[in-house]
Design a protein around this ligand. Structure first.
Ligand code: ATP
Length: 462
């Protein structure tokens, strides 16, 4: 049992040893050796990482608990109760007990932990040993992560409950995701592929998370299944913000014309069998860092956009490219440009167009739309790539996502995929993504029935 292994943190924060080489470091969602590491090569330019100073105070709790949608959150209540009991009204490392080690990355180690006096709320504690950070670049990455984490407020992104600085450790207390990451989950699927409805669900949630990040000027730059964690309720949480960069966003409303050739006029009445070309006005609220610019080459080889490889500068488009690679990998079990070596992969990204494995998956309903979306995202020229100019709005409109009620996505029932243990929600679900197409079909046939009835009632023409 987890609790039998728990380790209490020293009551003196300065005496901490967070290296934890004990036998309790059993890994659940630990990064597998197959996981792909992120690279970060600085071109010494304007990555626009503003100089941020991480608090040197021994403890810091960002004043996040006032955020309205977090008010009833049980984790926040637990943190509040602990800080209220604390003599200085702040959370210290000694308020926490470590349960086990869950994974390690370039920057640090992540532990499942709980509050000493509350066994019901689980947290993840990401611990960075500043003495082990070998370069200024890595230190900057920790600062970036601290800054981004403290600014986030979204259900598909981590909540930073506390940012603790103790001795030579920087610690982030965030939501714990017991289901590990999407990369490990993908490896448990038959043929390393998720069913298309699961892909639609996960990628829709990721799209919403990216939309939020872009709307506050954050270009993520490290989208890959390893960085997508699954919460205990089966919804996703994007993690790892050390490679992000910030840019300005000027929100605007953009209009465009959409030609729709197959639309029937007059809501189907009158000359209802006649198809005609109709022009529809589309209005998008666009909050996208379209002028974002960086020259650093960061990311993970198989997910790098062509403009990242050439090093001539990149912007928000790198996330939409990576989104295309992600959809491909979740459907096909491999990335589209993967070669025998990293160099070959990079050459393929720069020169090849995306190809689809014709053997599997192709007859599945929705696969043609998925392929079309992937092709539109994997366009080499970022100016032509879907999402770059108008943000997530135009991706949401793609037929692959037809039928999704975006504002309700948090309420959809998550897919039941092999290897996933999902806590049943006490709140009702509005349905699941797999049911969308069939319910749309039902609605359409109902509409046809009503239409026929109305036409019959009109009686014969005199
Ligand atoms: N909130 C969390 N809940 C559960 N597991 C987590 C959580 N955050 C991270 N992990 C796991 O811990 C491991 C390392 O985490 P993370 O990727 O954040 O570290 P990192 O040092 O920033 O890595 P990177 O090398 O990608 O920069 C990963 O395997 C991840 O799955």
């Amino acid at each position: 049992m987890e609790d039998d292994h728990h380790q209490s943190l020293s009551s003196h924060d300065s005496d901490l040893d967070l290296s934890f080489t004990t036998t309790t470091t059993t890994t659940t969602s630990a990064r597998t050796s197959l996981a792909r590491s992120s690279l970060s090569l600085s071109f010494n330019d304007s990555t626009r990482i503003s100089s941020v100073s991480v608090s040197t105070a021994s403890t810091e709790i960002p004043n996040l608990h006032c955020r309205p949608h977090r008010r009833s959150d049980t984790n926040w209540s637990a943190i509040k109760a602990a800080t209220n009991l604390s003599s200085d009204n702040t959370l210290h490392l000694h308020h926490l007990k470590l349960i086990r080690h869950v994974g390690s990355g370039n920057l640090g180690r992540v532990f499942l932990c709980r509050l000493r006096d509350n066994d019901h709320a689980n947290f993840a504690l990401k611990v960075v040993d500043n003495n082990l950070l070998k370069s200024k670049q890595l230190m900057l990455q920790v600062q970036t992560e601290a800054r981004i984490l403290s600014s986030l407020d979204h259900p598909f992104l981590p909540t930073l409950y506390a940012h603790l600085e103790a001795s030579h450790y920087t610690c982030f207390l965030i939501d714990y995701c017991p289901n590990g990451d999407l990369h490990s989950l993908l490896k448990k699927q038959p043929n390393y592929r998720f069913p298309i409805d699961s892909v639609r669900f996960y990628t829709a949630e990721i799209l919403i998370a990216l939309e939020y990040l872009h709307s506050v000027g954050i270009v993520y730059r490290d989208l890959k299944p390893e960085n997508i964690l699954i919460r205990n309720d089966g919804h996703i949480m994007l993690s790892d913000f050390d490679l992000c960069f910030n840019a300005d966003v000027v929100p605007m409303v953009k209009y465009s014309k959409k030609r729709n050739k197959t639309r029937r006029n007059c809501f189907g009445f009158g000359s209802c069998t006649k198809k005609h070309t109709q022009e529809e006005m589309l209005m998008d609220f666009v909050a996208e860092p379209t002028t974002a610019y960086s020259r650093s080459c960061v990311g993970t080889h198989e997910y790098l956009a062509p403009e990242l490889i050439t090093g001539n500068g990149h912007g928000n488009g790198v996330d939409w490219w990576a989104f295309g690679v992600l959809i491909y990998e979740l459907l096909y079990g491999t990335t589209p440009f993967r070669g025998g070596s990293k160099e070959t992969t990079l050459r393929n990204i720069a020169a090849r167009t995306v190809k689809f494995d014709e053997v599997n998956n192709n007859n599945t309903r929705g696969m043609a739309q998925a392929k079309d979306l992937i092709e539109k995202l994997l366009v080499k020229d970022p100016r032509e790539r879907l999402g770059c100019a108008r943000g997530a709005a135009e991706i949401k409109r793609h037929p692959f996502f037809d039928g999704i009620k975006w504002p309700l996505i948090r309420m959809y029932r998550p897919p039941e995929v092999r290897g996933l243990v999902v806590k049943k929600s006490s709140k009702g679900h509005v349905g699941h993504v797999g049911g969308l197409l069939s319910s749309q079909k039902k609605r359409r046939s109902l509409w046809k029935g009503v239409k026929c009835m109305l036409l019959k009632n009109k009686g014969p023409k005199r």
